[in-house]
Ligand binder design. Structure first.
Ligand code: 0O2
Length: 212
């Protein structure tokens, strides 16, 4: 495929990412207004770069004509939560939606990766309305706590720096940091009610101040 064909290939994925980001940000706002609390802290999204798509296709032995079904995270959405408990609540909300179909889930929280990576992934099929008609694309929704995201972001950049050949001491430190992130999530969960009460009080105070 030449550059223009790749750009055309990625169009529905770009549309899916933009639409899904808006939908989950809207869900956050709605839940905050309805229930004073949203399991969504913030949402990001990206379309995989062509070079990464090709690299992954090679690594997984996916032929070029099977990329659409064989590479599931060309469209990627990442949803950050405050607490581990929010992840289950949010995944139930996603599973109940009628604007996307769940393909399958990968639970790297119950089964953390050897690297120390923890996250809950949901692969969905999402229909986009394009100028040429409806097109279903696969998207990967990664749900993780702020602590899991902190760890994964750092580990991802270190792997990029060392081209996946991390020195042993860095691997060791990362493994300890993963354990620390796990403990941080546990500690925060144990005072969840206290934190939520404080946040609601703080938001109410900010609303009063901004109305004055
Ligand atoms: P990017 O830059 O986020 O696109 P794979 O794990 O890639 O061999 P699979 O089953 O397709 O095969 O992937 P999986 O397990 O669903 O993971 C895909 C994405 O999850 C990765 O995308 C990362 O975003 C994240 N991820 C998975 N494992 C790790 C890990 O050990 N560390 C970090 N930091 N992230 C991980 P990409 O394509 O790697 O990167």
């Amino acid at each position: 495929m030449d550059g223009r064909n790749w750009a055309m290939f990625l169009l529905p994925y770009e549309q899916a990412v933009e639409e899904l980001k808006v939908k989950f940000k809207t869900l956050r706002g709605e839940l905050k207004r309805r229930e004073e609390y949203s399991p969504i802290e913030f949402v990001t999204g990206r379309v995989k770069r062509i070079s990464s798509v090709l690299e992954k296709a090679k690594r997984l032995s996916v032929p070029m004509d099977k990329i659409e079904s064989g590479i599931e995270d060309i469209a990627g959405i990442r949803i950050m939560c405050q607490f581990v408990e929010d992840i289950e609540k949010l995944s139930s909300l996603i599973c109940a939606r009628e604007d996307m179909t769940i393909v399958y889930c990968k639970d790297y929280i119950a089964n953390k990766k050897d690297s120390g990576y923890r996250s809950f992934h949901i692969i969905v099929e999402y229909p986009v309305q394009t100028a040429l008609g409806m097109k279903k694309v696969l998207a990967e929704i990664q749900i993780r706590t702020l602590a899991m995201n902190f760890w994964a972001t750092i580990e991802h950049s270190l792997n990029y720096k060392y081209k996946e050949k991390l020195p042993a001491d860095v691997t060791h430190r990362l493994s300890k940091a993963a354990e620390a992130a796990f403990l941080l999530d546990q500690e925060m969960s144990s005072i969840r009610d206290e934190i939520l009460e404080a946040q609601i009080m703080f938001e109410e105070k900010s609303n009063v101040v901004s109305k004055v």
